[in-house]
Design a protein. Structure first.
Length: 265
């Protein structure tokens, strides 16, 4: 999404803003948000964890987090907005940057990144799994510091930033590790296998433009294709695509979790 958004909005200037439900605007208050954003030019789009940053001239960042059901879209201004649209930012090329979110678990932030961090509107985030900082030593430190399950530890964005339910299950399957294993019991070989599996799963998902299980759509409101390639997520009770064993499923760390009892130990 960050890559698509970069191509669509970098160099564009916001000419006007229409806001929806105030709960989604986490920082600043809507009145300040509506006053600050118009007239600003988007200079870059980056990502940190599950947050998308649109860097604006003047030093602020317009930040999106999609939550469970959020969508960031770029469309023609006369396109009928979704029912739960909370931001419509008209751009100087006649298109609109929009954010809609039916369940309102996502968030929109606006301000200098240092201010967002100091106010805790932007939480502390761990190492990026697609960066050079994601070393075996750094990952070992995350896992060896806790007795939680692998699933719980990887869902915690303070350890590794950006992983969610789908790709944790997929990475654990690729590494041959059950998500309910306790981190401190993993061997060095298991930790190394999981460290190697995480970027493989993420790169593949990005190249397939994401997994549209329920709500996910890209910037152009199109579905991704990675859901057709998932090995375990959403397939509980069905045969493992690797060995044919019936996949197990249970709630782990509060999330539905699927694994193969033969391929994963």
């Amino acid at each position: 999404m960050a890559r698509d958004l970069r191509a669509a909005v970098v160099g564009r200037r916001v000419t006007s803003v229409t806001l929806g439900h105030p709960k989604v605007l986490r920082f600043p208050v809507p009145e300040v948000f509506a006053a600050v954003l118009p007239g600003r030019r988007v200079e870059a789009v980056t990502r940190r964890g599950k947050f998308i940053f649109c860097a604006l001239d003047g030093g602020e960042d317009l930040v999106f987090h999609l939550g469970m059901t959020g969508h960031v879209l770029v469309c023609e201004a006369n396109t009928e907005p979704a029912r739960h649209t909370h931001l419509r930012a008209l751009l100087d090329d006649g298109r609109e940057l929009r954010y809609d979110d039916a369940r309102r678990f996502g968030r929109i932030l606006l301000g200098p990144r240092s201010t967002l961090e100091e106010s805790r509107a932007l939480p502390a985030l761990g190492v990026e799994p697609l960066s050079d900082d994601f070393t075996a030593q750094r990952f070992d430190a995350v896992l060896r510091s806790t007795t939680r399950t692998v699933k719980a530890a990887l869902l915690d964005q303070r350890g590794v930033a950006g992983l969610g339910n789908i790709y944790i299950d997929e990475a654990c399957h690729l590494a041959g590790i059950r998500p309910q294993h306790r981190c401190h019991t993993l061997t060095r070989t298991q930790r190394a296998a999981l460290h190697a599996a995480i970027p493989v799963v993420l790169v593949s998902a990005i190249s397939n433009r994401g997994s549209s299980i329920d709500d996910y759509r890209d910037v152009w409101n199109a579905k991704g294709g990675n859901q057709e390639r998932l090995q375990v997520y959403g397939r509980g009770g069905r045969p493992c695509l690797r060995c044919g064993t019936t996949l197990k499923h249970a709630t782990v760390a509060g999330r539905t979790t699927v694994w193969c009892p033969s391929c994963q130990r």
